[in-house]
Design a protein around this ligand. Structure first.
Ligand SMILES: [Zn+2]
Length: 558
């Protein structure tokens, strides 16, 4: 009886949604048709051209990007997205160029580390000089305090003024029943939680009053090789220029290579592999090392205003137009590195000229609709994502429209340029009801939405949507980890090849063999999801068990 009723229910849902999808597809067709490979490519070519110098915040690349994108928004017919009548939101940033020195003293012997081959170091504090002398070095395992897992790597140990040596990633706790696997109940098994991110490591170090935090780099748990750390941290970096000049941040934050860490630990009479073994247990206690750290950082600082670029398409329903759906993609990238031989420009074609191209094409597509959606749409290209999601963070802390009326953020960071795919990767899979909308829209294209293919890389915490999630706004973030039609089903992911070859390298450029037909499908899907939210009867919600649900509930009942 129960089964029969369920079956009829499924049939009914299937029938109504099929009908709805068909009718909807017809209504949306003229808009969807405006999203094309050539349209995307034209925007990407401009933003990723050498003239834009890799789009670093506060450079000529910013000026050109802001002008190009806001001109496009104007031409499309969007209204200024800032209620002050402009297409930009100022984001106060500080640029920091660090020249670090670092050495350890282990029983009178000095061990010098070479920059940037052995280590990188900088400070978020807006100070011209950082000096840490003779600070006790303590190994704190993963440096995690996670009450929900009954985990505290610090126990009762006072680490104020000390230098913390820590492992990257989540504690990989083995499953007690099958030690060859990770315990699904601890830190989401193989997936990365926020405790695994480097940003968390430096935040907890600051909270504990440590002087410095040194992360031991490992490619697997970090999600990227040392060259990514080296090139990201040895150039000018950016922080929000907060009124307290970021004095609450840890004084020095550093990464060292696995080899350098092993050597230093061996000099202290310790073995990294043995330490890692004890670090995956709840009973781990910090290990005081027979070493002192000396860290000196000279910092050249400059303060300037960077910009989020934002356009608005007003909703058609007078009652609902003060509710919003927001599309985001970061416009910034890594800029230019004059000290490099050969190609010095990090063009960031895929990361993220492609995402901005998608946002501009989405805006133009929505403008084609007649009638326009009931709710308003915001199209935002954010700044300083590469420096730690700073533009999105600033917006989330200083929203131009009430967050409780912001129904969803749909974030685009890198498009698939390798042709049509069987599926679309939903990096935020399982977190909110936006998933179900994406899955339904994908089905309409004869495709499937699949769960995050590489949850161990923590991509969900590495994109602007995370800043929206943190303040409770339901967020969708799709990726390029897809199974291409042109490859066998079990072939390596093109996205993995991109990550190991071109990601955050000068080679992330427009290539003549690109096929943007898959990108078009993905952008069309995201159009449909945004349309459903902007026109639908039910607001997206976080699902039970999502780490962001409590925040949304609090915002909505305020
Ligand atoms: Zn990106």
């Amino acid at each position: 009886m129960k089964i029969a009723r369920l079956f009829v229910g499924i049939l009914f849902i299937a029938a109504t949604s099929l009908y709805a999808v068909d009718e909807l597809a017809l209504r949306l067709e003229p808009a969807l048709e405006t999203i094309t490979p050539d349209g995307l490519l034209a925007h990407i070519k401009v933003l990723a051209s050498d003239e834009f110098e890799g789009r670093a915040p506060g450079t000529k690349g910013e000026e050109l990007s802001v002008k190009y994108i806001s001109d496009q928004f104007k031409q499309i017919g969007l209204k200024p997205g800032n209620p002050d009548g402009t297409y930009t939101q100022e984001v106060p940033l500080a640029g920091i160029k660090s020249e670090p020195r670092m050495s350890f003293t282990v029983s009178d012997k000095a061990i010098d580390l070479k920059y940037p081959n052995d280590f990188v170091a900088s400070s978020a504090r807006l100070q011209p000089e950082i000096n840490i002398h003779n600070s006790d070095v303590v190994f704190v395992g993963y440096g995690v305090v996670a009450p929900e897992y009954g985990w505290d790597d610090f126990k009762d140990v006072d680490v104020r003024g000390k230098t913390l040596l820590m492992l990257i990633g989540d504690p990989p706790v083995p499953d007690p029943k099958d030690p060859s696997k990770l315990d699904e109940k601890m830190f989401k098994g193989n997936a990365m939680t926020y405790y695994g991110r480097w940003t968390y490591k430096y935040e907890i170090a600051a909270k504990r009053g440590a002087a410095a935090a040194i992360i031991i780099h490992e490619t697997g748990p970090a999600g990227y090789p040392w060259q990514v750390v080296r090139s990201s941290w040895s150039k000018e970096n950016f922080e929000l220029d907060q009124p307290d000049k970021n004095m609450s941040a840890v004084e020095a934050r550093s990464w060292i290579t696995l080899d350098a860490a092993k050597k230093m630990l061996a000099d202290c009479g310790q073995d990294l592999d043995a330490l890692k073994k004890v670090a995956i247990s709840k009973s781990f206690r910090p290990v005081a090392l027979n070493a002192k750290s000396n860290i000196g950082i000279k910092q050249s600082l400059r303060s300037f205003k960077s910009h989020n670029i934002i356009g608005k398409l007003e909703g058609n329903d007078p009652k609902l137009r003060d509710e919003y759906v927001i599309y985001t993609a970061h416009w910034d990238h890594l800029g230019r590195r004059p000290e490099l031989q050969g190609d010095q420009i990090f063009n960031g074609a895929i990361d993220n000229a492609s995402g901005c191209a998608a946002v501009m094409q989405l805006a133009a597509a929505f403008k084609k609709l007649n009638p326009l959606p009931k709710r308003s749409l915001l199209f935002m290209c954010t700044t300083a994502e590469e420096a730690g999601l700073l533009g999105a963070k600033w917006y989330a802390e200083h929203p131009l429209y009430p967050l409780e009326k912001t129904l969803a953020d749909i974030n685009i960071d890198t498009l698939n340029v390798w042709g049509k795919a069987r599926d679309i990767e939903d990096i935020s899979f399982g977190l909110s009801t936006l998933d179900d909308m994406l899955a339904a829209a994908a089905k309409g294209q004869g495709r499937t939405a699949i769960a995050n293919t590489r949850p161990q890389k923590g991509h969900i915490y590495r994109a602007d949507s995370f800043e929206f999630s943190k303040v409770g706004v339901p967020s969708l973030y799709t990726g390029k980890g897809q199974h291409l039609l042109s490859r066998p089903e079990n072939a390596p992911l093109a996205a993995d090849e991109y990550d190991s070859k071109d990601y955050h390298q000068a080679t992330d450029e427009v290539h003549s063999d690109w096929d943007l037909s898959g990108a078009v499908q993905d952008v069309q899907l995201l159009f449909e999801v945004g349309y459903q939210v902007a026109n639908g009867d039910k607001s997206p919600e976080w699902k039970a068990g999502s780490e962001f649900k409590a925040k949304r509930d609090a915002v909505l009942t305020k």
